[in-house]
Design a protein around this ligand. Structure first.
Ligand SMILES: Nc1nc2c(ncn2[C@@H]2O[C@H](COP(=O)(O)OP(=O)(O)O)[C@@H](O)[C@H]2O)c(=O)[nH]1
Ligand SMILES: [Mg+2]
Length: 349
């Protein structure tokens, strides 16, 4: 464990967070950042250094904590009082039909979407990740790894630009020492970044390059035999220049968890669709369909359009299931209140 304390600025604290905290909050506790979430517990970092904290069921019921979260920790008690409202959360929906969510990383400045210059590259998956980043208000940067093993890196760079012309792209060899320099523009002091992408694309290799052996919570860390960081638990690592990096495990089952605004990635599709004769055009052979026209004359890629529809369906479903979840908990709340009321009535109160 580290006894080295960090200031709020060093931990990427934003003035916005303070707005949700009252004077009483600051009397009861102090803000600390969740830097590790392990099976065995949660570790926060603050001016007091890295400390394992207790997360009471009341806090856990509200939200499962993610690396990068800010929490209010009770003075002299090492206990979480509450979660500070997040500004953007990367979560995944667990495989299976129950839409269970798992918080992956919170309060990021940059999301590095990692893919390799080989058959891992998949435009539809990229669109998904970019929509996710825009949805949580985080700047996405596409990192193309294995540039050292690829004859035609420019083709991959062009394919990224075709997916989203506004997104920064970096092609590199993740195993080379120079990789850290290539990512330096996003690694300013007190910034928080995370890597996402399939298994084996180089996320942990890049994390190791950036952190250069730095660590916070050595004892609990799950290292491989050679002491390198691997991604079993979730943890935030300090980068020598003052930034914070979060590695994530490969997330094949990553789905849009919220009703994502897709126009940030698919503005071309939505602009074309705005030209349809009918506002409720389903683009399925309806009269005056501008989308069908664009598909026919090759202005719009069939794959891209199919993926757009798929992501839109998914985000609608996610929005619906979120609404149902809230509705269930609201109904449960009023049922519980009714039961208590009945009980009081029976007791003549
Ligand atoms: N040559 C080369 N190998 C790479 C590159 N990126 C990753 N690798 C290798 O690919 C393997 C998987 O990388 P890893 O970082 O564990 O992938 P992760 O699953 O995304 O964390 C390792 O053996 C890396 O050395 C790259 O840019 N060039
Ligand atoms: Mg890894």
């Amino acid at each position: 464990m580290s006894f080295h304390g960090y200031s709020l600025d060093q931990l990427d604290w934003r003035p916005d967070y303070a707005r949700s905290l009252t004077l009483e909050d600051f009397e009861a506790g102090f803000p600390a950042r969740v830097v590790a979430v392990h099976r065995s517990g949660v570790v926060t970092l603050s001016a007091r250094g890295a400390i394992p904290v207790v997360v009471p069921p009341s806090v856990h019921a509200e939200a499962s904590l993610a690396v990068g979260d800010w929490v209010l920790v009770e003075h002299d008690a090492d206990r979480v009082l509450r979660l500070v409202p997040r500004q953007g959360l990367i979560e995944r929906i667990a495989a299976g039909g129950d839409h269970r969510r798992q918080a992956i990383a919170a309060n990021l400045d940059t999301l590095f979407v990692v893919t390799s210059c080989n058959t891992d590259f998949n435009a539809s998956r990229l669109e998904r990740y970019l929509a996710l980043a825009f949805d949580v208000g985080v700047e996405p940067v596409v990192v193309l790894t294995r540039a050292d093993l690829c004859e035609d890196v420019a083709t991959y760079v062009d394919a990224v630009i075709a997916v989203s012309p506004h997104v920064a792209v970096v092609a590199l060899d993740a195993t080379a020492p120079a990789a850290a320099e290539r990512l330096a523009p996003w690694m300013g002091a007190g910034r928080t970044v995370a890597f996402v992408g399939s298994s084996g694309v180089g996320k942990s290799t890049l994390t190791n390059r950036l952190i250069d052996g730095a660590q916070l919570t050595g004892g609990i860390r799950e290292d491989d035999a050679r002491g390198r960081h691997t991604t079993t638990a979730r943890e935030m690592f300090p980068v020598p220049g003052g930034a914070w990096v979060i590695d994530t495990p490969g997330m094949r089952e990553l789905r849009l968890a919220a009703a994502a605004p897709l126009e940030a990635v698919f503005d071309d599709v939505e602009t074309i669709a705005a030209g349809c004769r009918f506002r409720d055009c389903r683009h399925e052979g309806d009269n005056g369909c501008a989308v069908r026209q664009a598909l026919d004359d090759g202005r719009l890629d069939e794959r891209r359009f199919t993926n757009y529809r798929k992501l839109r369906r998914e985000s609608e479903e996610a929005g619906r299931s979120e609404w149902e979840r809230r509705e269930r908990s609201r109904q449960f709340g009023s049922q519980a209140k009714q039961v208590m009321q009945d009980k009081r009535n029976r007791q003549g109160r």
